[in-house]
Ligand binder design. Structure first.
Ligand SMILES: [Zn+2]
Length: 293
């Protein structure tokens, strides 16, 4: 095996890719499958993005001629890193690439959201552009849907194009179970708001109503208050269960005073929630009484 130019690291890796991945600051990258790199179709157009393209590709695949002089080799090395990054952006939106990045996401290799109400949500890297040298990598939080700069300056210097602008969304579309539940609820559009009651979706409300009906029948037949149906664990049967889901959210304040427009909107939302909670409570009581009768 050809001895690799070790750069800043003295780690003796068996392949260029293994060395590249083990270098400090490259923790966001996953290992691209060799088959993927060797398939020239996957690299279409990259020859115009990178100088010394052929040499750089040879270096990545450990096929670079040993007789290349030292100065030239350094330039090739730099280009090889860019080429690897650009191939990486294409690879991580393939099925296999997404699976590899999912494992890194689960391990929180890209860090966690600094926002308190995101509860240590793991982040995903994202580029703001598909082209190199436009903007550095950013980290996307699927819970608050905001972007952050990486903590480490090494990661902060990575090019966003090495991850692409579609990666987080592609990953969450392929693995929808990884989409975190939103704790903070944004005001829904009016049409949706009309279908919702205090943050409880119409579906859940119908389920509860059906459960209450069942309970009503059950009580009528049993003729007493104790619930013998065996559905003790069914929370929807518990009439004393709180109807109102408590939203956890930040109220933006300046010198302790809520910001005017936002607080107005929030006050409106709170009023709507109270109204809808009252409606649900009335609805339940009516149901229960009709069941008792
Ligand atoms: Zn967040």
């Amino acid at each position: 095996m050809e001895e690799l130019s070790s750069g800043s690291s003295d780690y003796a890796a068996s392949t260029w890719i293994a060395w590249f991945l083990s270098t400090k600051g490259n923790e966001y990258f996953c290992e691209i499958d060799e088959d993927y790199i060797l398939d020239r179709f996957n690299l279409t157009g990259l020859n115009t993005e990178v100088q010394h393209y052929t040499y750089a590709l040879d270096l990545i695949t450990d096929a670079l001629d040993e007789n290349v002089n030292e100065l030239h080799r350094e330039q090739i090395e730099t280009q090889a890193r860019i080429l690897y990054g650009l191939i990486h952006a294409r690879f991580i939106v393939t099925t296999h690439g997404l699976a590899k990045m999912l494992e890194k996401f689960k391990r929180a290799d890209f860090g966690r959201c600094p926002r308190v109400l995101c509860y240590q949500q793991p982040l995903l890297p994202v580029g703001l552009s598909e082209f190199p040298f436009q903007s550095p990598v950013r980290l996307y939080c699927p819970r608050c849907e905001d972007l952050y700069r990486p903590k480490s300056s090494r990661h902060g210097a990575l090019d966003g194009a090495f991850f692409g602008s579609s990666f987080p969304h592609m990953l969450l579309m392929v693995y929808p179970h990884m989409i975190p539940t939103k704790v903070t609820v944004l005001p829904p559009p009016i049409s949706i708001a009309q279908k919702q009651y205090g943050g409880v979706s119409a579906d859940i409300l119908h389920q509860r109503a059906a459960a209450l009906e069942r309970r009503g029948e059950c009580l009528a037949s049993a003729g007493e208050e104790t619930d013998q149906s065996g559905n003790v664990n069914d929370r929807s049967l518990d009439v004393s269960a709180p109807v109102d889901f408590v939203y956890e959210r930040v109220v933006p304040r300046i010198f302790g005073y809520p910001v005017h427009e936002t607080s107005q909107l929030m006050a409106w939302q709170d009023r709507q929630q109270k109204k809808q909670t009252a409606t649900i409570t009335n609805f339940r009581q009516q149901k229960l009484h009709s069941g008792d009768a």
